[in-house]
Design a protein around this ligand. Structure first.
Ligand SMILES: [Fe+2]
Length: 174
């Protein structure tokens, strides 16, 4: 049977994806994607530390902290996906390995020996504040490039990290 002419046109006219053309320059997309990669690495590292502390917390505050850390690591786990997918929307690969995350993260890895409960809380306060700083550092660039979706995402992440830092900090105050 002869090929239909419509099929022939369709198979030759569409070759590869068109270049990204969303109104943000290639240079700005690359710089924002790099900043978001740091935010992804920090968020993932803080997620893992919080889950680690959920497993290893001990002492009279066990139940409170075990449950609180679960709510926090669940929130962080859900947060990594929109950050990674924004990087993809800007046309760049999302980092997703421990090797890449350890190079990109400003948040330190969890200590090998589980710390005392209140030391865990102190580490998490510093972690949430560090992620807030990473998000804040990127904000002016996203704003300048009229990248509203990234600016919106950063605003949401800063709100959560600053609120969580306050809640954790309150446990350490008399
Ligand atoms: Fe659990």
């Amino acid at each position: 049977m002869a090929k239909s002419p419509v099929k022939t046109i369709a198979s030759t006219a569409v070759r590869g994806a068109p270049a990204i053309n969303i109104g943000i320059s290639e240079k700005d997309r690359a710089a924002i994607a790099q900043g978001l990669s740091r935010l992804l690495a920090d968020t993932y590292t803080l997620y893992l530390t919080t889950h680690n502390f959920h497993w290893n917390v001990t002492g009279p505050m066990f139940n409170t902290l075990h449950v609180m850390f679960m709510a926090q690591y669940t929130e962080l786990w859900n947060a990594v996906d929109p950050v990674a997918e924004r990087i993809r929307s800007l046309g760049h690969p999302a980092p997703g390995s421990y090797a890449q995350f350890s190079k990109l993260a400003t948040v330190p890895d969890a200590p090998v020996t589980p710390p005392k409960a209140m030391e865990m809380v102190r580490i998490l306060v510093q972690g949430h504040e560090a992620v807030a700083r990473t998000a804040r550092e990127l904000f002016p660039m996203a704003d300048k490039a009229s990248d509203e979706p990234t600016a919106d995402l950063l605003t949401q992440r800063m709100t959560v990290h600053e609120q969580t830092a306050w809640m954790l900090r309150s446990l350490l105050e008399e």
